[in-house]
Design a protein. Sequence first.
Length: 395
Amino acid sequence: MTRWWRRRAAEDGEGTGGQPPPGPNAQPPAGGPGHTRRLTGGHITITEVTEGRPEQEIARVELSAEEIHTMRARSAIDTLGAEHPDSLTAIRELAQVLVSLPGRGEEAVELYQHVARTHWTTLGDRHEETLRASAELADALHTTGQLSLAETAWRDTFRAQAETLGRDHPDALRSATRLAAVLEDLGRAPEAEPLARDVLERRTRQLGRDHPDVLSATNAHAASLLKCGRHEEAERALRALVPRLVDRYGPGHEKTIAARSNLGAVLVRLDRHAEAEEQIRAVVRSTEATLGPDHETTFTARNNLAAVLHAQERYEEAVPILRAILGGRVALHGDDHPITVATRDNLANVLIDVGHHAEAAELLDRCVRDYRRLHGPGHPRLRAAEERLTWLRSP
């Protein structure tokens, strides 16, 4: 007799607002969505069971996270129906896998929408499971670059959580942080900063100055200050924060690197270029060693290096860095994602300065169409790109 079974997948824990200046913007690390755990794959083992003998493994088929969670979701739906609680759990886990895969974000959003609608209908709009599904949907919309929809989803989720759980509840504070991140990505940093500051103040009252959540909130607020153009305030906050992070996590930890990257971006904006370059090159080395060359935090650090090189008129050094970042972000996020669009804009600006006007115009033409799609008419990023494109094409 031969028996099949499926092993359970392992589960592991876990541009600035306003009109951009010419050249690449120094960027704080993306403040967008994250997931609390990463779902991994597994395998199918085929064994032979013979009476009077021990089981013997015949073959093992490795499965990716996508394959194993697709099988689970299909099996649950076929057996229990698409609205059964167990099916909804399987669908959510499949969505968690798909949202992290290039080109699969739209499918993940559709799955999250199904889960959220079902909970809304069966449990009500204020039930714990409904609120959790709404937050996951908002996160997926942000991850896939659907910023206007993400803003609406996070506002609705935050309002419901604040009314149901209280304004100081951790879930409400997380939603406020995510809403602020979306507003920053929409170029509306002055709206985001009060939210980030309120989260920091509430977490500090609840948890104390050195709690990990307070340290993260401090960095998020400093990044918001940077995006608002309040550079001196941001520098003071980050100068105080970085030693605390080093003491708690060490110099190579991702949270320490993120704060140091923000500090480098502030120094670029303060025109302290030599100090900024030293800080940012150290961040690039750390991110490449700890996170790898194709991690978003590494791309952000390298973008900031390009920004400080551009500020020093070292344009020929900045161009290949930005070309590599653009290729990496296309592979990681897709061709139309907002962070990819911003990188294309940065590259176009530097190409103007090195005299490659035809290529710059081609890139800016794409940016104009993308900014119009992402932000609508009249947005500062759209106007800035249109003005540069008109200048390039003028006789």
